[in-house]
Ligand binder design. Structure first.
Ligand SMILES: Nc1ncnc2c1ncn2[C@@H]1O[C@H](COP(=O)(O)OP(=O)(O)OP(=O)(O)O)[C@@H](O)[C@H]1O
Ligand code: NI
Length: 308
C-alpha cells in the first residue's frame, strides 16, 4: 500500500479583478502521484510548474483563495484538513523552500526541539542533528535573522530529520548549501528512505534527483507529464516515455546540452490539447485538440498519445 496517494488533484486560485468580477485560474491539473514506504519520488519541473503548490496541498497550507479538488490519502485513509493538522510536523514533515517559514521570534534550537514530543530527549537529539549539519553549539540560541541562508536551510532540515516523520516533503532542500553538505543531505534522505520513510524530493535539478531517487515525476505547467523510473534516465533517453522528459534529459550538460526552444505555457493561457504540444517535435493534429489522459506504460506513466 502506498504511504501517500494523490488522485486527480487540481488547484485553482480565485481573485477579484474588480469589485464584482472574479477570475479563476487553474494552476494544478488532475495530478496523480503516489509514494510508497522506502521510496524517494523526485518531482522535477521548471520554475512555476507547481512544485511548491503540490507540497503545500499535501501539508494543507495553501492560501485561503485556493480551491482544491481531487483526493489525497495517507496510509490508506483520506488525508483531509483535520488529519493534515494532526499529522503536520509529526508524521508528515515539510522542509520548506523558503527560510521565511522559520518563526522569527523563537530561538532556533527551541524551534527545532518543539518538533519532538519527548522534551527530555529533545535537547540531546537537537544537538546531535545540529552537529550532523555542522551547526555550531551557539546556533541553538540564535534567532533566524542571525543565520546565513545556508545555516537557516540546515536548521529547517534538522527539524524534518528529528521529527520522526514517515513522510518527508522536501521543497528544494539543497540550494545555498555547499556541495558536500548538499550531497550529505541527499544521502541522508536516502538513509531515511531505506529506514522506511517515504520522501517527496522537489527540485529543478534532475541530476541531483537521480543520485538518490527511485522514481522521477516530471511536472510541466501544473500536471505530471511522466512518471519514470530513475533507471530510465540513461543513454539517449530511449526508455523515457514523454518527448518533454527526453528533451530535458538531452538538455543536460553531459548529454547533448541542447536547450528546449520556447517556454512553458502560463496558467490562464494554456493550450487546449497537450500542454507540451506547442514545443513538441512529434506533435500531431490530435495533440493540439485533446488533453492526453495518463497511461501506464513499462512501470511508469505518461500523458502522451504517441508514447509506447
Ligand atoms: N497564492 C497564489 N495565487 C495565485 N497564483 C499562485 C499562488 N501561488 C502560486 N501561484 C501560481 O501557481 C504556479 C505554480 O507556483 P509554484 O510556487 O508551485 O511553482 P514552483 O514550481 O514551486 O516554482 P519555483 O521553482 O520557482 O519554486 C505559478 O504560476 C504561480 O504564479
Ligand atoms: Ni517552489
Amino acid at each position: 500500500m502506498a504511504l501517500l496517494e494523490i488522485d486527480q488533484l487540481s488547484i485553482a486560485f480565485t481573485r477579484y479583478t474588480s469589485v464584482l468580477r472574479q477570475r479563476t485560474t487553474e494552476v494544478i491539473h488532475e495530478l496523480q502521484l503516489s509514494i510508497g514506504e522506502g521510496e524517494i519520488v523526485a518531482v522535477v519541473g521548471s520554475s512555476g510548474s507547481g512544485k511548491s503548490l503540490l507540497a503545500h496541498a499535501i501539508m494543507g497550507i495553501l492560501p485561503g483563495n485556493a480551491s482544491v479538488t481531487g483526493t489525497l490519502r495517507y496510509n490508506g485513509e483520506p488525508l483531509d484538513a483535520a488529519r493534515q493538522v494532526a499529522l503536520r510536523g509529526k508524521e508528515i514533515a515539510l522542509v520548506p523552500q523558503s527560510v521565511n517559514y522559520l518563526d522569527p521570534l523563537m530561538r532556533v534550537g527551541e524551534q527545532v526541539r518543539s518538533s519532538v514530543d519527548q522534551q527530555t530527549l529533545s535537547l540531546d537529539a537537537q544537538r546531535k542533528v545540529f552537529a550532523r549539519y555542522q551547526l555550531a553549539d551557539d546556533v541553538e540560541r540564535m534567532y533566524p535573522f542571525q543565520l546565513s541562508g545556508g545555516m537557516a536551510r540546515r536548521v529547517l532540515l534538522s527539524t524534518a530529520v528529528i521529527s520522526g516523520a514517515r513522510l518527508i516533503i522536501a521543497d528544494e532542500p539543497t540550494p545555498g548549501l555547499h556541495q558536500d553538505v548538499a550531497q550529505e543531505t541527499l544521502r541522508q534522505f536516502r538513509e531515511l528512505a531505506d529506514e522506511g520513510c517515504g520522501i517527496l524530493l522537489i527540485t529543478h535539478d534532475i541530476e541531483s534527483a537521480l543520485q538518490v531517487a527511485d522514481k522521477v515525476a516530471v511536472l510541466y505547467a501544473g500536471t505530471i507529464m511522466e512518471m519514470a523510473l530513475a533507471a530510465d534516465f540513461s543513454g539517449s533517453g530511449e526508455q523515457l516515455r514523454h518527448p518533454y522528459t527526453q528533451a530535458l534529459w538531452k538538455s543536460l550538460p553531459q548529454n547533448e546540452f541542447k536547450p528546449i526552444p520556447g517556454s512553458q505555457p502560463l496558467a490562464g493561457s494554456l493550450p487546449v490539447g497537450c500542454l507540451f504540444a506547442p514545443r513538441c517535435d512529434h506533435a500531431s493534429d490530435e495533440c493540439s485538440r485533446l488533453r492526453p489522459e495518463t497511461r501506464h506504460i513499462r512501470g511508469g506513466s505518461v500523458r502522451c498519445i504517441h508514447a509506447s
